[in-house]
Design a protein around this ligand. Structure first.
Ligand SMILES: NC(=O)c1ccc[n+]([C@@H]2O[C@H](COP(=O)([O-])OP(=O)(O)OC[C@H]3O[C@@H](n4cnc5c(N)ncnc54)[C@H](OP(=O)(O)O)[C@@H]3O)[C@@H](O)[C@H]2O)c1
Length: 287
């Protein structure tokens, strides 16, 4: 960014850990006026020390979303950039998860991003410019056992982003999706916690749940979490989406993400599902 011009204001959600924190730090270094948000404000003190404005925002709460955006607008005028990053994975078998929990998954991963977009877009339209970057996932292109509700939320986010991109481009607003595969953050820890509490208690899925728990723990305990991407790589893609003159519609991040999307796109559906059945835990006949 040109240092002679006024810094562009960018709001980032979910900055108290992982990808959001890396994005906030990267954008600060690039000279943006970063507004870092999350529910756990105490976990963003390092970002405040690095120069970010820090605010408590729960993306499921319209008042907290709107208050945050109005505060940024009062200082900077229209928000220039929005990075919708807040999210988590509701892990568990589709039949064995209550509808309320699925609703909450969508409240955060989908409606949260939509609420944020609704809050910033009037300003962006009036300014005739703006950028929205939605952190979706390769999980938004296919679906795996034990992750159906999370996948559904990321499919929805990717789909909304694709349409929003078409509809807001005439107003000068550019929308991109960032699609990583597995990244080394607290994401799996949260997924494990949610898995332990997401069940409706159906006996048919008891063993499958235990197998899923074991599978996620194996990924988590790999030495240096081998094979996982880094939050910094995702942050670099976010910066590209914000700074490119013509941002790409979608940024697929990392070799693993390219590999699984390549397999998904090239293999016939039945073959892809055979690979999935061989690689991931599934319920057995006795649960
Ligand atoms: N890690 C991966 O493997 C991976 C892969 C692809 C995509 N992603 C996506 O990347 C994004 C960030 O995940 P991460 O890996 O960085 O996980 P993380 O370390 O667990 O961070 C998740 C962030 O989301 C915030 N959050 C959760 N619920 C929120 C709410 N209701 N309101 C506001 N903020 C909320 C959390 O902050 P508070 O709890 O403080 O609110 C936290 O800062 C997610 O959208 C995730 O789906 C992750």
């Amino acid at each position: 960014m040109d240092s002679a011009t006024k810094p562009r204001a960018v709001v980032v959600t979910g900055c108290s850990s992982g990808i959001g924190r890396a994005v906030a730090l990267r954008l600060l270094r690039a000279g943006y006026a970063v507004h870092a948000t999350a529910r756990r404000v105490g976990d963003m003190e390092d970002l405040a020390r690095a120069g970010a404005k820090v605010a408590r925002v729960d993306v499921t709460d319209a008042t907290s979303v709107n208050d945050c955006v109005r505060e940024v607008e009062a200082v900077h005028g229209p928000v220039w950039g929005l990075v919708n990053n807040a999210g988590y994975a509701l892990a568990g078998p589709v039949e064995d998860i209550g509808v309320e929990q699925v609703r909450h998954q969508f409240e955060v991963n989908v409606f949260g991003a939509l609420r944020m977009a609704h809050a910033v877009l009037p300003g962006m339209r009036s300014a005739g410019e703006g950028r929205i970057v939605n952190i979706s996932s390769v999980a938004g292109r296919f679906s795996l056992p034990g992750g159906g509700c999370y996948h559904a939320s990321k499919h929805a986010l990717t789909c909304l982003s694709d349409t929003l991109r078409l509809e807001t481009r005439p107003f000068g607003v550019r929308v991109s999706t960032v699609e990583p595969a597995a990244v080394n953050t607290a994401f799996i820890d949260t997924a494990l916690r949610v898995l332990a509490s997401s069940g409706r208690g159906l006996p048919a899925y008891r063993t499958f749940r235990a197998d899923l728990d074991r599978y996620y723990r194996q990924v988590q305990s790999r030495p240096r979490r081998h094979g996982l991407g880094t939050p910094q790589t995702v942050a670099a893609a976010v910066e590209r989406a914000l700074s490119a003159r013509t941002p790409r519609p979608r940024y697929v991040v990392g070799a693993a993400a390219h590999l699984c999307l390549g397999l998904h796109d090239v293999l016939p559906r039945a073959w892809f599902e055979t690979v999935v059945r061989l690689a991931f835990p599934l319920p057995g006949p006795g649960g």
